[in-house]
Design a protein around this ligand. Structure first.
Ligand SMILES: [Zn+2]
Ligand SMILES: [Zn+2]
Length: 262
């Protein structure tokens, strides 16, 4: 039976009264049809136009007709390129501050799954259009250790990968990479110590599903790159053809490293 419009409307108004729909970035009241972020804040987000070399000491742009960085021989780099939607450190004025940093925080710690849907669907369109993604067959979300997953209740990288899969038609391979041990917090560690801390933390659970394949690793933010390059290393060792990374944001200013990230 159809629910009469008046009841629907009253229900929605009541819900809006209890949970007023404010923009999570600027606190303004959301217009009808806006989801989580107001139109003004959404249009203030900068989109990065390029993929980058995954080596943070190089950071060269990787043009879409190249497979990877034009400079050869980066040590410890196992990704072909990293493609992020925006700059984690983008400053969008006093009102909003750093929108990517705020949005990713909401996604990870405040159960705001819509962030994955809003930003992921834009990233998905990029993956659909840009030529260097043509050979890549599937997404692999960065695994969380089971303890952390239990605490949080979800893995934000899986949420992003699901949205990317929906917009591109490429499948998500869940559970193919496992985090063997809980790595300690990286915040007080130097870049070299971070690398050591993460070394040997991952394993491939089924090598037959990796062999000869080109795969995209998914994470919320790319900072020093130690985590994604470590996962790319185990996938390459298991026989993958090539690995690249896709993230919602990349930290362009490496002096600000988000908590619990490498
Ligand atoms: Zn806003
Ligand atoms: Zn490079």
């Amino acid at each position: 039976m159809e629910i009469p419009a008046i009841i629907k409307r009253t229900g929605r108004d009541l819900l809006n009264f209890v949970y007023p729909p404010f923009c999570i970035l600027c606190d303004q009241y959301l217009e009808e049809g806006d989801d989580l972020i107001c139109f003004n804040c959404l249009s203030n987000l900068d989109w990065l136009p390029f993929a980058y070399c995954p080596d943070r000491n190089c950071n060269m742009i990787v043009p879409s007709d190249l497979e990877g960085c034009p400079v050869d021989g980066h040590k410890g780099i196992h990704l072909k390129f990293i493609r992020a939607l925006g700059n984690f450190n983008q400053y969008a004025g006093d009102n909003i501050g750093e929108p990517y940093s705020m949005l990713i925080h909401e996604l990870k710690y405040n159960h705001k799954h819509s962030v994955a849907r809003i930003l992921g669907s834009i990233l998905g369109r990029i993956i659909d259009i840009e030529p260097h993604f043509k050979d890549y067959e599937a997404f692999i979300p960065t695994p969380l250790h089971s303890t952390r997953r239990r605490e949080r209740g979800y893995n934000q990288s899986e949420l992003i990968a699901d949205v990317l899969s929906k917009s591109t038609g490429k499948p998500v391979l869940k559970g193919l990479v496992r985090r063997k041990r809980h790595t300690k917090s990286q915040t007080t560690l130097s870049r070299l110590e971070r690398k050591k801390n993460i070394s040997g933390a991952f394993e491939v659970t089924d090598k037959t599903k990796v062999q000869g394949r080109s795969l995209l690793l998914v994470d919320d933010v790319y900072t020093t790159g130690s985590t994604l390059n470590e996962i790319a290393l185990v996938l390459n060792d298991a026989g993958a053809s090539k690995i690249a990374g896709v993230t919602l944001a990349i930290a362009m200013n490496l002096s600000i490293i988000p908590e619990d990230k490498v």
